[in-house]
Design a protein around this ligand. Structure first.
Ligand SMILES: [Fe+2]
Length: 242
């Protein structure tokens, strides 16, 4: 579903730079959020798998908390982030949250929302586990933006999806050194990254976090590029309710 030009202009008026926060959470808060993830994943009716059928042993899990647990998490995030994303306390912000336990990286996409009426706002990722902990993984926030929910799963589909992407830049290509830091050597992957440039490569460090506009296209770094084999994060998105 496509958002109107007026709504996109309104969304843009609330946009700002990526906010990186070091040591933003305490050890206790990380423990609490990890416990919340366990509580969520223990409820099979709110847990879904990704990429493979349910019998696979290396499935990625997504947990969507509901009821009291969701309320508890959203209240916590609201309290933590309001001083940053609602400084004057004049916005009515609604949060949505999901736990992602991944053994494979997420591709290029936006979480801009399927609702064409939605005033999308900020989103963020809170790293909870990164294994092995001496290997680096990144959520790479790209400069390019899209105001509709979009994904770029392969080069053929990507070219179609690109018609809604703003700020594509085919004159600046990623240097081989930069590319290698985040993505595996693969001609198709390299082709997919053409036109995209990096706004902020957020390195997963437990207790750090990052906030960005929901229109920003983003992806995970490839696990094979650095030797990471598992990560667990709390992902949140927000919208402004009028
Ligand atoms: Fe995302």
């Amino acid at each position: 579903m496509i958002k109107s030009a007026e709504l996109i202009e309104k969304i843009k008026s609330y946009e700002g730079p990526v906010i990186k926060l070091n040591d933003f959470f305490s050890t206790q808060e990380i423990q609490t959020m990890t416990q919340w993830s366990e509580q969520c994943f223990s409820n099979k009716s709110v847990t879904s798998t990704r990429l493979q059928d349910a019998t696979a042993t290396d499935n990625d899990l997504t947990g969507h908390p509901v009821g009291e647990l969701k309320k508890q998490i959203c209240d916590f995030l609201n309290k933590k982030f309001s001083p940053l994303i609602n400084k004057n306390n004049d916005l009515n912000i609604e949060f949505d949250v999901a736990f992602h336990a991944n053994k494979k990286p997420y591709g290029i996409h936006t979480d801009s929302g399927y609702d064409s009426e939605e005033l999308i706002y900020k989103q963020g990722i809170i790293p909870l586990i990164n294994k092995p902990d001496d290997k680096k993984t990144h959520t790479v926030i790209l400069k390019q933006k899209c105001y509709h929910s979009s994904s770029f799963p392969n080069i053929k589909e990507d070219l179609k999806a690109q018609k809604f992407v703003e700020l594509l830049d085919f004159s600046t290509s990623l240097s081989p050194e930069t590319y290698k830091k985040y993505w595996k050597c693969c001609p198709d992957r390299e082709k997919q990254m053409r036109g995209f440039t990096i706004e902020h490569p957020f390195e997963w460090k437990i207790k750090d976090t990052v906030i960005w506009d929901r229109s920003h296209i983003h992806c995970s770094s490839d696990f094979e590029a650095t030797g990471v084999n598992f990560k667990l994060g709390l992902m949140w998105i927000s919208r402004i309710i009028n």
